[in-house]
Ligand binder design. Structure first.
Ligand SMILES: [Zn+2]
Ligand SMILES: [Zn+2]
Length: 408
């Protein structure tokens, strides 16, 4: 059988891996590079897609494929939200548009749950909890007697929102793994939370507003849970797609570590809907949790325009900023720039690492426990280096390029 590396190799973005046996063609994820609109190589005619989770770098092109798609219900719900938004974003940026709202509606959905084993032609597929965002999954595929484990994005350690990946897989023939943080350790979550709470108290004490840009899927809920756990009493506003995304995951209590806590946290949040709401939210010291996480759109831009000269206000990034995004620009240079606007931001700017990916040590531990015969490293900025390092540790590892075909 063959593994076709269609996208997401030696890069983060547009993940797509095709498994091809004599009888069966399975596509693992089919994403888009959100920042540039780049798409993976075409998969040709396939039998099914296994979708690991809703993030667009994994799901962004699935409406273009005429095949059954296997994912958890929470993944489908969140993916539809992100896919619809991606059409608007593509239009705005002048990127090609590959599908319509109708195509999103017509996705052929096959719901799976953790622990389930499904058959697609001669492939047997087992679904595992990946601990990355609610509904995220890793897949163990048995095809032509080879056992292949595809991690998708995963996090082993628990967060406020999720209990961490349950990847109980051993002795696989091939491990296809993400490697986003192959060279980074995340600081302990308790320290990151403490820092966030400190910034909030300091800013509110001088009558400022705290703007927290978040990714809609997963991160918004995590931040609300942190604020709830630390009993923050100041007004907390929630804006943009973060609202719908968090409402979606509340419908899946079985996926959440503490559904009650998230419900309570949401109940005490004030949603913002109209321009007037937004204006009012800035009339007093407050916390505003809003999309987009990398400032690439959404209501966060309104708040930045209003507060850019306010040194008493804070802008707290809660996730990695991809180079080329407006968020990256603000973090590196203090200047916000998108297609339409460019202005310096005088607010206090901070980055806090609330990552939903494995750290280096977690990644290495997982690989050690999994004892794979062969490792294919993808979804990272340092795939080649990491594969080299794994070889030195005695593993058979490689970091193929997009377009390469691996024969098993
Ligand atoms: Zn992801
Ligand atoms: Zn990803």
């Amino acid at each position: 059988m063959h593994i076709h590396c269609l996208g997401g190799f030696r890069e983060v973005g547009k993940s797509a891996v095709l498994l091809e046996s004599k009888k069966t063609k399975l596509l693992l994820d089919y994403g888009i590079k959100v920042e540039t609109g780049e798409i993976p190589l075409p998969p040709g005619k396939i039998d099914s897609i296994l979708l690991s989770h809703a993030h667009l770098d994994h799901s962004g092109m699935i409406p273009t494929v005429k095949a059954d798609i296997y994912a958890t219900p929470a993944t489908f719900d969140q993916a539809r939200l992100l896919l619809e938004d991606s059409i608007k974003v593509a239009k705005k940026r002048g990127f090609p548009i590959y599908f319509s709202k109708r195509d999103i509606k017509n996705i052929s959905e096959f719901m799976v749950t953790y622990g389930q084993v499904i058959d697609v032609k001669d492939a047997e597929i087992e679904v595992f909890d990946a601990g990355h965002v609610p509904g995220s999954a890793g897949f163990l595929i048995t095809l032509e007697e080879k056992r292949i484990f595809y991690t998708g994005d995963f996090k082993l350690s628990e967060t406020r929102l999720l209990s961490g990946a349950k990847f109980d897989v051993k002795d696989v023939d091939v491990l296809i793994t993400e490697s986003t943080y192959a060279y980074k350790e995340h600081p302990p979550r308790s320290a990151v939370e403490k820092k966030l709470i400190e910034i909030i108290h300091e800013t509110i004490a001088i009558e400022g507003n705290v703007i927290i840009p978040v990714f809609a899927v997963g991160r918004a809920a995590e931040i609300l849970l942190v604020l709830h756990a630390h009993k923050i009493k100041y007004p907390i506003y929630l804006d943009g797609m973060a609202k719908q995304a968090t409402e979606i995951i509340l419908r899946y209590p079985e996926l959440l570590k503490d559904h009650k806590a998230l419900k309570k946290a949401m109940n005490r949040v004030i949603p913002l809907h109209t321009p007037k709401d937004r204006k009012n939210a800035l009339k007093h010291p407050s916390i505003i949790v809003t999309t987009a996480g990398m400032l690439s759109g959404g209501p966060v831009i309104y708040f930045l325009k209003k507060l850019r000269k306010r040194e008493d206000c804070a802008l707290v990034f809660t996730g990695f900023q991809v180079p080329g995004t407006p968020g990256y620009g603000v973090l590196e240079t203090g200047v916000f720039t998108n297609e339409e606007l460019s202005f310096p931001v005088r607010m206090r700017i901070k980055y806090l690492d609330f990552s939903a990916h494995c750290s280096r040590s977690e990644l290495l531990k997982f690989i050690e426990d999994c004892r794979p015969e062969k490792i294919i490293v993808m979804h990272g900025e340092n795939c080649e280096e990491f594969a080299e390092e794994l070889k030195e540790k005695g593993y058979s590892a490689e970091a193929p390029r997009n377009g390469e075909v691996i024969e098993l």
